[in-house]
Design a protein. Structure first.
Length: 370
């Protein structure tokens, strides 16, 4: 079973000048002003995913080139350094800029607590070695999965779900291959195929997703998940019906908020979720009632799966405890991260909600003009 992230060190990545041995709990809710650096921490997890999939070089290119990844540019920051600790293992790497605005993986290493030493894994390449470690066995441990294999297994199972695109051509609203059902994709682009296979295999979980959607969309009855042959391919789309009708509504007939909520609900209620789930601004387009349902779902799922949620919604924030909240601020141009302490806010919380404390700037989590 893959491990969630225990501790995180990041130095020199975008607006994060230095974040050292920052502990992550089962539930972590990031709040802060626009530009404070919440999305940059989310981008770090996207980068890890790209590294594990052999797409690091493309990730850098699509992100505007290497120079923008270094704090205040490569003239000020010559290296990005990161270290991640999870369970009995750890992974560290160093990134450096190249002369043609790419990023080189200068070094990378793995650690196992029982050995107590770091194993250097080489570097000097434009891609991480992570994909090469998939299913790697160790002769020292009787052919069991090696330290590198465990590191790959863990990091490759941390997923950033990004379901912001709800346009008419969004992947969620389009046909997808019926064979694309094994893993729920970060953009929810294979949601129809995923739910189609989920229904017969995990009927109770499928019904839970359906009933949760009905809580915020009472008109919704069920999904109509039927495959169609097109040429040599079998495709499927997220058709649905409403209560009291057999008419097949199409995925583009869902409202933006409803289809986004469906994507988030499926991500959170999937039967074999990632060990760490990251969601950036899940509140977009959601009614306050939907936010309450989502908050309850986040609490439930966090009992078994690590969640990192970035939000600007004080309505959503009202549903969490101070120790679950991390305030992101920008100080002297660098992002800072601090977890709230319940004891220091106990008196205030007898009369105000956490969201109200933020709105009134008692908890400083908004724009600072100092």
């Amino acid at each position: 079973m893959s491990q969630a992230l225990d501790k995180l060190t990041i130095k020199g990545f975008k607006s994060i000048r230095e974040l050292t041995d920052f502990p992550l709990n089962k539930l972590n809710v990031l709040i802060g002003a626009n530009g404070a650096g919440k999305s940059n921490l989310v981008d770090f997890f996207r980068m890890l995913r790209a590294m594990s999939e052999g797409g690091f070089r493309a990730f850098v290119t699509n992100g505007g080139g290497g120079d923008g990844f270094f704090f205040n540019g490569p003239k000020e920051t010559r290296q990005i350094i990161a270290q991640l600790t999870f369970g009995n293992n750890a992974f560290r790497f160093t990134l450096e800029p190249t002369v043609d605005s790419e990023i080189m993986v200068k070094s990378q290493g793995t650690f196992y607590t029982r050995s107590g030493i770091w194993y250097e894994q080489g570097g000097g390449t434009l891609e991480s070695a992570l994909p090469q470690w998939k299913d790697k066995k160790s002769p020292r441990w009787g052919g069991c999965l090696s330290v590198e294999g465990h590191v790959y297994e863990d990091i490759s199972r941390w997923v950033v779900y990004h379901v912001h695109d709800t346009s008419r051509t969004a992947p969620m609203r389009r046909e997808c291959s019926a064979n694309d059902y094994r893993e729920f994709r970060p953009d929810a682009g294979n949601i129809a195929a995923f739910l189609w296979k989920l229904k017969p295999r995990h009927e109770a979980r499928y019904q839970r997703i359906r009933e949760t959607v009905q809580m915020i969309a009472p008109f919704f009855d069920d999904f109509l998940l039927e495959t169609e042959t097109k040429g040599d391919s079998e495709v499927i789309k997220l058709q649905w019906r409403q209560k009291g009708s057999s008419f097949p509504f199409q995925p583009w007939q869902f409202s933006d908020g409803t289809i986004r909520f469906i994507g988030l609900t499926t991500a959170l209620l999937q039967p074999s979720p990632p060990s760490t789930i990251v969601i950036d601004e899940p509140e977009l387009g959601l009614h306050p009632v939907a936010l309450e349902v989502l908050a309850a779902l986040i609490h439930e799922v966090s009992l078994s799966t690590q969640l990192l949620i970035s939000t600007q919604s004080t309505t959503l924030l009202d549903r969490f405890d101070p120790e679950q909240v991390v305030v992101v601020d920008r100080v002297d141009g660098a992002s800072t991260f601090r977890r709230l302490e319940k004891d220091s806010l106990e008196t205030w919380l007898t009369d105000y909600s956490l969201g109200e404390l933020v709105r009134q700037n008692i908890v400083e989590a908004g724009p600072s003009h100092a």
